[in-house]
Each structure stands twice: as C-alpha cells, then as structure tokens.
Design a protein around this ligand. Sequence first.
Ligand code: HEC
Length: 117
Amino acid sequence: MKKSLFICGMMASAIFLYNCSGSKKATASKPVPYNYEANVKSVVEANCAPCHIPAKGGNKRAYDNFANVKSDIDEIIRRIELNPGERGFMPFKKTARLGDSTIAVFKKWKADGLGEK
Ligand code: HEC
C-alpha cells in the first residue's frame, strides 16, 4: 500500500516536471520577430513627433507610415546613435540620446527583416 502511494507520487512529479520543462522550451524556441505595427510605430510617434508627423510638422520627412520608416531605417539608426550636438543628431535639438532599449528597437526591427505586421 505504502509502496504504491510512493509510485503514484513519483509519477505525478515526473509528469509535473515534464510539462514544466516542455513549456519553457516551447516559448524559448519561438521568438516573435519585431514588426512595424507592434514595435516601431509607437516608438516613432513618442519620439519623433511632431516634427516628422506631417499634420503637425513642417517639411521634414514623414515618419507616420511604414514605407518611409522602412526605406530610411539606415539613416534613422545612424542619426539616433550620434551624440547630442553632433551634426544630424536626432531627435533634433534634444540634449540626450534615446535610451539604449529604444535604439535597440530600431536595430532589432532591421535585423528581423523590417516586416510591417
Ligand atoms: C524637434 C523636431 C524633431 C524631432 C523630435 C525629430 N526630428 Fe528628425 N529632423 C528634424 C529636422 C529639422 C530635420 C532636417 C535637418 C536635418 O537633416 O538634420 C530632420 C531630419 C531627419 C532625418 C533626415 C531626413 C529628413 O527628414 O530630412 C532623419 C532620418 C530624422 N530626422 C530622423 C528622426 C528620428 C528617427 C526621430 C525620432 C527618434 C526624429 N528625427 C525626431 C527635426 C526633428
């Protein structure tokens, strides 16, 4: 009687452990690539408006759409990685660079293939 309880307990924990490690592996092996709609759009809106949003800005390049942000991605990354005060630094006239994690969003999006959604 005691022995069968012990075996039951072992089986229950084996199943438990198996399921736990199994689900961890599933999430780790399926990274979701960054895309414009989910990852980039909100970052541009938060940091590059109003200057690059035509409704409010002047004649700067409009970055309220996927096509322009995609085609200018190299220039965008180059400029946001400059230091404040350097010629071409963006966001224009700000005294600090965007945070590293924000800059990383643009770089990861490029590395992931510049998808729209
Ligand atoms: C306060 C206004 C302002 C903000 C905010 C701003 N920019 Fe600009 N941006 C400008 C101006 C003015 C120019 C044109 C002068 C120049 O080329 O340096 C420009 C030019 C650019 C250009 C070259 C293409 C063009 O439009 O002539 C890129 C690329 C750029 N900005 C990227 C960005 C990115 C990315 C952000 C957000 C992280 C940003 N900018 C935020 C004002 C701004």
